[in-house]
Design a protein around this ligand. Structure first.
Ligand code: DGL
Length: 250
């Protein structure tokens, strides 16, 4: 048993989708969520810059004595998870686009990965592609502007539906029947995606990552005492009012 908090971070509101799933699975855990909005978006930044932020945030979360850190961001996982694990003694849970379940579930064996440029170009995704890329045709699309729309509270706006429609038009026309949301912000685009393409199967790994985090705590005997009320504390590096405004609208 361990009453210390769990740390979680993302560039903004995206990782709240993971925090929500984790809170349902492990309601006794207190989560400290670091939203790095002063450096949002991570997607177009060089990996070294995102890695520097991941290290700075980890130092900050460790000051609050977190027992586990969930990198609730595909871009930061791609840029830094290997180095974080080497540098810090705390366990980390990271994210990678869910190509495996998507390839298994795609009827026509044609999937499209929607992610940030940092995730698509990162080594983690290259390895997943090598491992599971033969099981289906895989198209990759960089979701230019989409995380920004979510962060601005425009996840369901008509212009966001139009962007999603344009970005995925090529792969869908070519027969893709499954889209993998390779960025935690995109989880909040499900309604926009389904408005643009109602027949598309939409896959994300937020639930799987939340389950993995709970499993790591359980295996290391780090779970908080059952029955204790958990909760979410926020640290926002940028405009906290804007962050909260978007968060409550999701
Ligand atoms: N939420 C982040 C991810 O999962 C990226 C958003 C951004 O570009 O900052 O990749």
């Amino acid at each position: 048993m361990d009453s210390r908090p769990v740390g979680m971070f993302d560039s903004g509101v995206g990782g709240l989708s993971v925090a929500g799933a984790f809170g349902e699975l492990a309601p006794a855990e207190r989560v400290i969520y670091f939203a790095d909005t002063a450096y949002f978006p991570y997607g177009p930044r060089p990996a070294a810059e995102v890695r520097k932020r991941a290290f700075a945030i980890t130092h900050r979360l460790l000051r609050d004595d977190v027992k586990l850190i969930v990198v609730a961001c595909n871009t930061a996982s791609a840029a830094a998870i290997v180095e974080l694990r080497k540098a810090f003694p705390v366990p980390f849970v990271g994210m990678v686009p869910g190509l495996k379940p998507a390839a298994a579930g795609s009827r026509g064996k044609h999937v499209v990965i929607l992610a940030t440029p940092g995730t698509i170009e990162g080594g983690l995704f290259t390895r997943v592609l090598e491992e599971f890329g033969r099981e289906a045709r895989v198209d990759t699309v960089a979701g230019h502007g989409l995380a920004e729309a979510v962060e601005a509270g425009l996840a369901a706006a008509p212009e966001t539906v139009a962007s999603v429609r344009d970005l995925l038009a090529g792969p869908v026309r070519a027969g893709a029947d499954t889209v993998v949301l390779g960025c935690t912000h995109y989880t909040f685009l499900r309604p926009a995606l389904l408005a643009a393409y109602p027949a598309l199967q939409v896959i994300d790994t937020n639930g799987a990552v939340a389950r993995r985090a709970a499993q790591v705590l359980c295996e290391a005997d780090l779970l908080a005492p059952a029955g204790r009320p958990g909760g979410l504390d926020l640290i926002v590096s940028g405009d906290a009012v804007a962050f909260r405004r978007t968060a409550v609208s999701l």
